[in-house]
Design a protein around this ligand. Structure first.
Ligand SMILES: Cc1ncc(COP(=O)(O)O)c(C=O)c1O
Ligand SMILES: N[C@@H](CCOP(=O)(O)O)C(=O)O
Length: 401
């Protein structure tokens, strides 16, 4: 049993209402379960396959979900990078290993399932790329038409390719992601489409399972710190919410320090934390090579600031050079291929460690959010091109010399 609750004024709404923000005050909504009525044990969960749906008692979907087998992603021990940084307990949860290559699939399996349960006939989102790729795939699986709005010229090639191939109606707008989100929100309200950006509280329910899985993969131990790249700030908010639920159920006895990393050219959350602002000041012209987090007015800022502050976490910004250097290090020193925004979380930890701002004994889980192949153009720009030779052994040996 659950209801929707406004995080600001506490107004409540029933689960069947199609609503994204509070009718009374306009603030964000969250899904609140009657935790006393939840009857499940950690042992029971541990007997199920590692997946979003292992945790179904803490998810809003009641029927058969629209699923592509999301979740159950690897948690890698970053031994080499950890050794260099003097962080022996550094891990990466590779969300790029989800069906469409990003953590959005955890949200979309729940969001599209809810769209179906609520009888919605078309789904929509604005996107810097991954949300659209994921929504397009889950809408295809669920047999629901899908509309996506993208900022023209600012979406990585792999992501556009996915949205197109999965059959979404793809519209590029001459404006940035923040504008696209404003437009799609209006479109959904006025035309009755179902909005599946992270302002949708049901979608975030799926994403909270990243934290559940990480703890299960650490043998039930809570990491000291969880580090996430922050764009629209939904994911860090979702993971924190889920962990608070585990705490309330008595499954864990403490929370990790939630740590958000942004790109230097797009860092409104970092500024709000550094300047101790109650309300975030949006950035009008965000810019970064990590296009997935090129977001100046994160819609979930209100939730994310609470997550960071309530857990004694922090926020930090990394430059594009630092992001790309970590993307190469993850690929070459650990064998882990991620897109630039994802490398930001580990680059942020490198920065915090070098500045002496974290304890070297901490057990740290960095969420790496999307796969390397999402943005092949940025990869190719960083690497020497293949050496082309004549097809004979002599030429091969000279090339290798
Ligand atoms: C690869 C990747 N990493 C990080 C983020 C940021 O996540 P959030 O918007 O939930 O803060 C996004 C998109 O939002 C993304 O696509
Ligand atoms: N990086 C995101 C931006 C949109 O975020 P959302 O979580 O609100 O859908 C994307 O992939 O589009």
């Amino acid at each position: 049993m659950y209801r929707l609750v406004c995080v600001h004024c506490g107004a409540t709404y029933t689960p069947d209402q199609i609503i994204y923000t509070c009718n009374r005050c306009g603030h964000l909504l969250t899904v609140e379960y009657d935790l006393d009525s939840i009857d499940v044990s950690r042992d029971e969960w541990n007997r199920r396959p590692l997946s979003v749906w292992r945790y179904r008692e803490l998810l809003p979907v009641r029927g058969e979900p629209v699923s592509l087998q999301e979740g159950g992603t690897p948690l890698y021990h970053l031994k080499n990078i950890g050794r260099e940084l003097g962080l022996p307990e550094l891990y990466a949860k590779h969300e790029g290993m989800n069906p469409t290559g990003s953590f959005k699939d955890r949200g979309m399996t729940v969001g599209v399932s809810m769209a179906r349960e609520l009888g919605m006939t078309t789904v929509a989102c604005a996107s810097t790329g991954n949300t659209s790729a994921s929504l397009a795939a889950y809408a295809a699986k669920g047999g629901i038409p899908c509309v996506v709005l993208l900022p023209a010229g600012k979406v990585a090639l792999g992501k556009v390719a996915q949205a197109l191939m999965h059959g979404a109606r793809v519209i590029s707008i001459r404006g940035n992601f923040d504008k696209a989100l404003e437009m799609v929100h209006e479109l959904c309200i006025s035309q009755g489409l179902y909005l599946l950006n992270s302002v949708n509280p049901y979608r975030l329910e799926g994403q909270k399972t990243i934290g559940f899985e990480a703890i299960d993969q650490l043998g039930g131990e809570v990491p000291d710190r969880m580090v996430l790249p922050v764009g629209n700030a939904g994911n860090i908010s979702a993971v924190y919410k889920g962990l608070r639920e585990l705490e309330a159920l008595g499954f864990i006895d403490r929370l990790p320090m939630m740590t958000g990393i942004q790109a230097a050219g797009s860092q409104p959350v970092v500024r709000a934390i550094e300047q101790n602002l109650e309300v975030l000041v949006p950035e009008s012209a965000p810019e970064t090579v990590a296009t997935a987090i090129r977001i100046g007015a994160p819609v979930n800022a209100e939730k994310a600031l609470v997550a960071i502050r309530a857990t004694g976490g922090t926020a930090a910004a990394v430059t594009d050079e630092e992001i790309l250097a970590m993307q190469r290090d993850l690929a070459r020193k650990e064998g882990i291929g991620v897109e630039p925004a994802s490398a930001a979380s580990v680059a942020g930890i490198r920065k915090l460690a070098e500045l002496g701002l974290i304890d070297r004994d901490e057990r740290i889980v960095c969420v790496v959010t999307g796969h390397l192949l999402k943005d092949p153009e940025t990869v190719v720009r960083q690497c020497d091109p293949p050496i082309e030779i004549d097809a004979d052994l002599h030429s091969l040996l000279s090339a290798l010399r």
